[in-house]
Ligand binder design. Sequence first.
Ligand SMILES: NC(=O)c1ccc[n+]([C@@H]2O[C@H](COP(=O)([O-])OP(=O)(O)OC[C@H]3O[C@@H](n4cnc5c(N)ncnc54)[C@H](OP(=O)(O)O)[C@@H]3O)[C@@H](O)[C@H]2O)c1
Length: 249
Amino acid sequence: MDITNSTVFIPGATSGIGLGLALRLQQAGSTVIVGGRRTELLETIAREHPGIHTARIDTTDPASIAAAFDDVTGRFPALDTLIAMAGIMQPEDLRDASFLEVAEATVTTNLLGPIRLVAAFEPFLETQPSATIMTVSSGLAFVPLPATPTYSATKAAIHSFSESLRVQLADTAVEVVELVPPAVQTSLMNQDELGMGMPLEEFLDETMALLAAQPSAPEVQVENVMFLRHAVARGTYDETLALLASRTH
Ligand SMILES: NC(=O)c1ccc[n+]([C@@H]2O[C@H](COP(=O)([O-])OP(=O)(O)OC[C@H]3O[C@@H](n4cnc5c(N)ncnc54)[C@H](OP(=O)(O)O)[C@@H]3O)[C@@H](O)[C@H]2O)c1
């Protein structure tokens, strides 16, 4: 991905990692369209950050994805990058009455959402001279957090999906990049209020440096995610799972 000269749509960028990455990519020279459901935030972002564009999208709704595709590609025919950022994370207790509702919503947003986005945007991206689909997994794709079983499972599925997608698109202009964040201080599951995980700006510094240094790397892995990403290869899976078993985030 060329961070200096891309036209990037980020569904899931009204806050957190998505918004941070949107601002960094714009600073680096790219044209950025921020997407999300909260229209008041979209309006505030457009007002506070001249040059950032916005588009309303609910990635759980196929009609909303189709409308956003028409809107964004109509206004930005040079669109060459999709970052499927939208995600939710909630505590999941299998024996709680709310479990199934949370689990189903998590699968719809975190797994079905990116799959539907890719299906909608990939044929268009293939027509560009070069293009990027960035998926967003997590260190929890590689060792699950037992407090969020469905969330962790959706992220493992996103990793697997990304690997296959990269193979299927190998002879096209579309590269597939998987962003693998560690815990980052955002409002995803109140990590920001609890001070849990990496400060967002540090995560963005390292991520942008990696994207600049290795524009064709298949995965973006900051240092803090290595203990999860490579637990199996390092032979530390069991002890890492035991560590995560004692955590809520
Ligand atoms: N923070 C971490 O520790 C961490 C670690 C690993 C991976 N990640 C992943 O990073 C991504 C971003 O999370 P974050 O930490 O930045 O959390 P966040 O601040 O809560 O951001 C989540 C974003 O997703 C959007 N979103 C949620 N549901 C949506 C839907 N149905 N349609 C459209 N947009 C939707 C939200 O916008 P609206 O509410 O306006 O729609 C928001 O912009 C997620 O995929 C998350 O799983 C985060």
